[in-house]
Design a protein around this ligand. Sequence first.
Ligand code: DX5
Ligand code: ZN
Length: 233
Amino acid sequence: MAHPILIAPSILAADFARLADEVAAVERAGADLLHIDVMDGHFVPNLTIGPPIVAALRKVTKLPLDVHLMMTNADAFIAEFAEAGADYLTVHVEACPHLHRTVQSIKERGVKAGVTLNPATSLSTIEEILPDVDMVLIMSVNPGFGGQQFIASCLRKISSARAMIDRTGNHALLEVDGGVKIDNVAQVLAAGADVLVAGSAIFSSRDYAATILAMRAASQPSSTTQQRVSAHR
Ligand code: DX5
Ligand code: ZN
């Protein structure tokens, strides 16, 4: 039976020296997407991975690659990430002055386009682009590092984003990223999320499958969430 929500382990919390094994382990454990955090040391104060790692991962997993670009100049790298095999490319509205052009450039390459917002950025910044996107990502921590605390005030923003997407009538998935743990999954889903990113909650646990199962068990998704998620599959 198809799962009613989507779980995207963030490899930022994986053991990079054993990356292929870690990815195989979360794939076996029932992950739906693989969340890949690209940080440029400029938009966020951390450096992580680039297109060569995405291309290498493409060869070792069937999971859709959900690539989160925390970059000042995402436009300059869209072609490379698309060629590397990204299935979703998600850009920050704070870093994209020509957001419409950026989203079109992602979609022209046959990649699904996502837009994301830092915790202090208003949802109004995505109102105009919403009909064009495949995913909206609400950051529930300030991006840059894994293992941070979920910012509780983001729950209200997730609910507002849910209402905004529903009003627009498109089928964009609503993803939440940062500090998602077994004990707050129920609240995040009740607010209307479709996709949960979880880094430390999964990779710091002893049994990835048990953690993913516990996250699914904590969820009571609405029937509209189930419809969106099954359309994605
Ligand atoms: C934060 C990243 C997140 C991070 C989540 O900047 O975008 O994807 O890896 O990690 P956890 O789940 O540990 O907060
Ligand atoms: Zn992320």
